[in-house]
Design a protein around this ligand. Structure first.
Ligand code: MG
Length: 203
């Protein structure tokens, strides 16, 4: 399986990063070794001193497809969950400055803690799902799927024009504003609507 991550998908986050609004989705990949399951701790890596949290909706692909039209994209996922796209912001800044790919800042081991999923049948309005991250009991990121520049369906359609999607692939769909550093000892809890789907410590 593969993990596809969308960058720059919420206007408020783009503003805080001093970026400009994208005309089409930007995506990058993480390997399966990035995943952390079952609320296991995230161990702070020694190659960075500025690991940032990015809480994101995650959709799980449930059938094989390529060049999927937007109209049919909703058939390619049933489950939506939350995950963290951990980013070594110091390394990413270096990469950006030098025009280099971002892998060392984004794709490292354990950079993608993944929580539980809910079936989209249980969600009243896919265009108004709330997303929240608390650190040590204080809310640091809050967003809604209504704030996404590219919808889940648009993302599936766009990505599948370049890369075949397979069963079990995960798409991290971008982060709202409020990204910031984590430190050892922090407890991260992420909600999708009222569902606490992810709850782990940084060690
Ligand atoms: Mg991200």
């Amino acid at each position: 399986m593969k993990i596809i991550c969308i960058g720059n998908n919420y206007a408020d986050h783009i503003r805080e990063m001093n970026g400009s609004l994208p005309e089409k989705p930007v995506f990058f990949l993480k390997p399966d070794t990035a995943l952390v399951h079952n609320n296991k701790p995230f161990f702070y890596p020694d190659f960075s001193s500025e690991i940032h949290h990015e809480v994101e909706f995650v959709i799980k692909i449930n059938r094989l497809g390529r060049s999927i039209s937007r109209k049919f994209a909703h058939r390619y996922y049933d489950d939506i969950g939350v995950g963290i796209d951990f980013t070594a912001r110091d390394l990413q800044r270096e990469c950006k400055k030098n025009g280099l790919p971002w892998e060392i800042a984004k794709a490292f081991d354990n950079s993608a803690p993944l929580g539980g999923f809910v079936n989209k049948k249980g969600i009243a309005d896919m265009n108004d799902i709330s997303l929240r991250l608390d650190i040590n009991g204080k809310t640091v990121q809050k967003g809604s799927s209504s704030g996404m520049i590219f919808s889940f369906d648009q993302i599936i359609s766009y990505v599948s024009g370049f890369i075949t999607l397979k069963i079990g692939d995960l798409i991290f769909t971008g982060t709202p504003a409020g990204v910031g550093p984590v430190k050892i000892g922090d407890r991260l809890q992420a909600w999708l609507n009222d569902n606490l789907l992810l709850d782990f410590y940084v060690k």
